[in-house]
Ligand binder design. Structure first.
Ligand code: GLN
Length: 493
């Protein structure tokens, strides 16, 4: 039998229905791949017993002809999603031994549709980072390496484990979250597809909160179609999250095809995204992407998003501010780590000092500072105003165009340790992605080429609120035009 981990989700669903193989065989193939791929440190916990039990149920349903939309599809879950009875630590020491008694809505939606859980995936601590290097469990490793080099590269972050596992075929697809780029940037670094849906499209209930007004869940998958299949199951209104939108969920997979015409579609190229110091190969990729879409009937229009340059600084006020508030709950009293002290305050201080890593502490300090009396107006309030201006820029642009095309990241994946001593350099990774979170819009990252060193590079498509369908269609055209072989050599085996 061919290696079942090579199949896309769309192909595996067909094969399972035709009974070419069983859900149990599919899961076993992934469990073997996971065991062979531990050098990538993509999983922080494997749940083989659960996976096999869920696969058995899927096989029974398939035999009865009662298959659900994702019946038997093996999925990895970012460690940020609460999974009942299973390790959920946001890859932080402070949540030691936390096993929730409840399931996040997004993962519950996946299991209700028949997906099978393989384990929990590595990530930056509390989703703060762009390289997966702030994880308490050590970094996940990018399956891609530069030509003729054995140097280890980061998979991006914060959903680095999700992206690495999908790229290395250690799961068929994965859940991820994106507060400032954490789905799209790791997808770009690993040659996978990642979509951050519109704010409110997926419920945030049961997802460990980072910055609640920015956080959104979405899938990372190997193809545009697979990402669409996963998002269809993950999305939906949820009364347990007041910011979850009560709008119908279309069949995104139907839109994820290059057979849908681009004629009459207007695609905007925001000129402010041509940032200083952008490598030439990124600029070339961007122009190539625009040329592909033009060849396929779209009209390419230059647009202006004048407040773009303020997005990153404003994000690094808003996100830490919300994080400092959200992370106040980790005090050693209710769950997770407790480090004793002389008195209650001492216990709080010792627990937080030992439980949080350096990047999380930096964010809590910045966030507390910008929210403190006397600084609130100068920083937090001003950042909120900038946020409104950024949203208005997009609203104006979408009066002229149906979607925007930009690079996904300013570079290809970089070596481990390359930016760990320079947080500002690390933050610049998010330059093309944070604007979308600030405005609550959907954005998809789709592989579009390779760097001179042989690493995947990606383009981003940004759309109107709740118009993920257009993103999937445009991304399907980019994927088709690029025609890339996105199978990294399996050096880890
Ligand atoms: N890299 C960004 C940060 O560190 C975004 C993280 C995210 O999207 N979760 O805040």
């Amino acid at each position: 039998m061919t290696d079942l981990t090579r199949l896309t989700i769309a192909e595996a669903l067909k094969g399972l229905k035709r009974r070419d193989f069983t859900a149990t065989e599919l899961v076993e193939a992934y469990l073997d791949a996971m065991a062979a791929g531990r050098a990538l440190n993509a999983y922080v916990v494997e749940t083989p017993d659960k996976a096999l039990e869920m696969a058995r149920e899927s096989d029974e349903r398939l035999a009865r002809g009662e298959a659900r939309p994702l019946e038997g599809i093996p999925i990895g879950v970012k460690d940020l999603f609460a999974t009942r009875g299973v390790h959920t630590q946001a890859c932080s020491h402070i949540l030691d031994d936390f096993k929730p008694t409840y399931e996040s809505t997004v993962t519950a939606n996946l299991w209700n549709d028949g997906a099978v859980m393989l384990g929990k995936l590595n990530m930056d601590e509390f989703a703060m980072g762009s390289s997966n290097e702030t994880s308490y469990y050590g970094p996940a490793i990018n399956p891609w390496r530069r030509k003729d080099s054995e140097e280890k590269l980061v998979p991006g972050g914060s959903s680095g484990g999700s992206a690495a596992a999908v790229a290395a075929r250690l799961c068929a697809g994965a859940t991820a979250t994106d507060t400032g780029g954490s789905i799209r940037q790791p997808a770009a670094f690993t040659g996978t597809v990642g979509i951050k849906p519109t704010y409110g499209r997926c419920s945030r209930w049961g997802i460990v909160a980072f910055a609640s007004s920015l956080d959104q869940a979405g899938p990372i998958a190997r193809t545009v179609k697979d990402a669409a299949i996963l998002l269809t199951s993950m999305a939906g209104h949820d009364e347990k999250d007041t910011t979850s939108a009560n709008v119908p969920v279309p069949d995104f997979a139907a839109a994820a095809t290059q057979e849908r015409d681009l004629k009459g579609m207007r695609i905007g190229i925001p000129k402010e995204y041509r940032v200083e110091g952008m490598p030439e190969e990124i600029d070339r990729l961007w122009q190539q992407g625009a040329a592909w879409l033009a060849e396929r009937g779209a009209e390419i229009v230059e647009v202006s998003l004048p407040h773009t340059k303020y997005a990153l600084p404003a994000y690094y006020i808003v996100a830490p501010a919300e994080a400092s508030s959200n992370l106040a709950r980790y005090d050693g009293v209710r769950y997770g780590l407790r480090v004793e002290g002389d008195d209650l305050i001492g216990m709080y201080e010792n627990t937080r000092a030992e439980g949080f890593g350096a990047e999380v502490k930096r964010r809590v300090l910045i966030g507390t500072y910008v929210l403190s009396a006397g600084y609130y107006d100068a920083y937090y309030l001003k950042a909120q105003k900038v946020r409104t201006l950024i949203r208005r820029d997009f609203e104006k642009a979408f009066e002229q165009v149906d979607a925007l095309l930009t690079p996904a990241t300013p570079s290809a994946a970089f070596p481990l340790g390359a930016m760990t001593d320079d947080p500002l350099q690390m933050y610049l990774n998010d330059i093309f992605t944070v604007t979308v979170n600030m405005a609550g819009l959907p954005g998809i990252s789709v592989p579009a080429g390779f760097s001179a060193e042989g690493l995947p590079l990606a383009l981003q498509i940004i759309g109107r609120p709740f118009d993920e369908e257009t993103l999937f269609t445009v991304a399907a055209h980019v994927e088709d035009a690029a025609g890339l072989d996105l199978d990294p050599p399996q050096w880890w085996k």
